[in-house]
Structures are given as C-alpha cells and as structure tokens.
Design a protein around this ligand. Structure first.
Ligand code: GLU
Length: 308
C-alpha cells in the first residue's frame, strides 16, 4: 500500500525545504529523510518546497535532479512542485506576491524601516568583534533617520534594504532535539534584513511566510538553522502566524569533521548509485547514521515509518 494512503491525517504538516544551489549531499538527504519520517510517523502530511528565491545562485537543472533524487530514495510528498496542492505554488520564485503582501503588512504596522547602509559601512560593522555566532549586531544606524535624511539618500540613488525592527526581550522555545532555547535577538542580532536592496526577499521572511500560508506546524531541519529560529518566531508573531514545533537535527560531517558542501559531488548520491547501491542501501546507511537502526542494513523509507 502506498505510504500516502496509510496516513491517518492527524493534522500534522511537516516540510522539507531545500535550496537548489547545488546537488543534495548525504547530509541534506539525511535531513530530508528525518523531516519526512517525523511527519509520516505522526500520521501527518509531507510538503516539499523549493527555496529558489536567491535566483542568481540557483543553478540550472539542480531542482529537477533534487526532486528526482528524493523520489529515487522513496521519499514521497503530499504537496510539492510536482504534486501540486492547495497552498501552492511550491517554488519560492513563484510566490513573490505573498512576500510583498507580508512586507506591506509589516510596513503598515511600522515594523520595517529602510536601511541605506553601504557595503563599506556594513563591512565596518562586520569587522567589529562579535560575541555570538550570528556575527556582529546591526547597531540600528538607519533606524532613526529623519524623512529628510531618507530623501537625501534616495535622491543620491541609494536603494534601501528593509530591516525588521526587532522588539526588545528574550525569545524562548523548546526544540524537540536541542531542548530549551533562549535568545535576545535585539541584543545579539539586532534589526535584521527582510528584503535586500536588490529586491530579493531574505530567507528569514520567506520561510515564515511560506510556513504560515502552507499551514506548516512541524519544522524539522538542519541544526545550522537553530540560531535563525528566534528571528523567525518574531516574524511569525508579527504576522500573526502560529508558531510551529521545531526539531533541529545534527549536521552530517565528513571524515575530517567539516560540514559537507553542495559543491562537492562526491558527497552526493551519484557515486553511490554509480557503484550500484540501491535506494534501500542508501536509506539504511542514512538511518544508521542518524541512530534510527543499529546497523546500516538495506531498508526502505516506508519500512522506517512503521518501525518505532
Ligand atoms: N532552504 C534551507 C536550506 O536548504 C532550509 C530552510 C528551512 O528548512 O527552514 O538550508
């Protein structure tokens, strides 16, 4: 029987949201498996969303290979670019109107301001010693510009980025894997960019808008995004979206402990497939690496759903 038809539909909605900036490597695929499994085991729906917002960095053909790789592994989606669904389109590059709508709402609430800081200015800020992993805090340089100062910058041909005015206070949430988290976003990150000066919507905003409209209530993704979560919670609150549950899964590293890179084809499926590995053999390896099964024996993604 098809996994999809087994789903009890408990109202859980999970997603996997890869960026097509390079072929998925085994670390990405392990995260995909975990996100898919987490939703499937909860009797939920799995949504696939292609995060191709940053078009200059998106490489031709990668999206199609990404979708094919996931399918080859046996990960199926209830909604996605190929499947369609009620909350599409499922490619960020086709969702511009929704991001504009969110920006307009935030602007109307006085929560955004234009930032004219030049690259040189931002580089100066960036070279300041930073206490945290998120880099130096934006000091709010453009927050209090007068209308006249803004006009002068516009007249000089400067195109602004838009920043979210971060409210003071500590954001807390409990991650299903990493435990209780707390971050004072205003004190550590400061007002962050939601739209770049070239018009591209920032990841932080797009992900919140998409998860909101797509009614995602379960986010399972790589641990590299744990520190983005408080910013996303602030945006979700400002836009009136419910906050999903979060589970940030450990990143896969290579033998030297370095993060895998999408540029490194050796870290992807291709060499394994070329060596004759079956989807089940790859899933077994990913599942054993994630501690789901004791040994890397061949197993299908579907069989993992039933195993608890
Ligand atoms: N598109 C992001 C990535 O590929 C993931 C975004 C998310 O899961 O929130 O790293």
């Amino acid at each position: 029987m098809d996994v999809k038809t087994q789903a009890r539909d408990t109202g859980v909605r999970g997603r996997y949201a890869p960026s097509p900036t390079g072929d998925l490597h085994l670390g990405n695929l392990r995260t995909a498996l975990l996100a898919w499994l987490w939703a499937r085991r909860a009797g939920g729906r799995c949504v696939l969303r292609v995060e191709d917002l940053d078009l200059p960095r998106v490489r031709a053909g990668v999206t199609e290979r990404m979708l094919a790789d996931l399918r080859w592994l046996g990960l199926d989606w209830d909604e996605g670019p190929a499947e369609g669904g009620p909350y599409g389109p499922y490619r960020q590059s086709e969702r511009a109107a929704l991001y504009e709508h969110a920006l307009a709402r935030l602007r109307a609430q006085g929560m955004l301001y234009p930032c004219y800081c030049s690259r040189a200015e931002l580089a100066r800020i960036a070279s300041a010693p930073a206490p945290g992993e998120d880099g130096p805090r934006y000091p709010g340089t453009c927050r209090h510009l007068t209308p006249r100062e803004r006009e002068a910058r516009e007249r000089a041909g400067r195109r602004p980025a838009w920043r979210f005015h971060v409210p003071p206070g500590v954001v807390t949430f409990t991650d299903a894997l990493c435990g209780p988290q707390a971050q004072d976003v205003a004190a550590t990150v400061g007002d962050f960019i939601v739209q770049r000066s070239d018009g591209i919507i920032a990841y932080q905003l797009a992900v919140v808008v998409d998860d909101g409209w797509m009614k995602i209530n379960q986010v399972v993704r790589g641990a590299d995004l744990l520190s983005s979560t408080p910013r996303q919670i602030l945006l979700a609150r400002a836009l009136g979206w419910p906050i999903p549950t979060y589970a940030h899964v450990p990143l896969l590293t290579d033998a030297t402990g370095a993060k895998l890179s999408k540029r490194d084809r050796a870290a992807g499926l291709e060499p394994l497939r070329a060596a004759g590995m079956t989807p089940e053999a790859v899933i077994g390896r990913l599942a054993a690496g994630a501690g789901l099964i004791p040994e890397p024996v061949p197993i299908s993604a579907r069989e993992l759903v039933a195993m608890r």
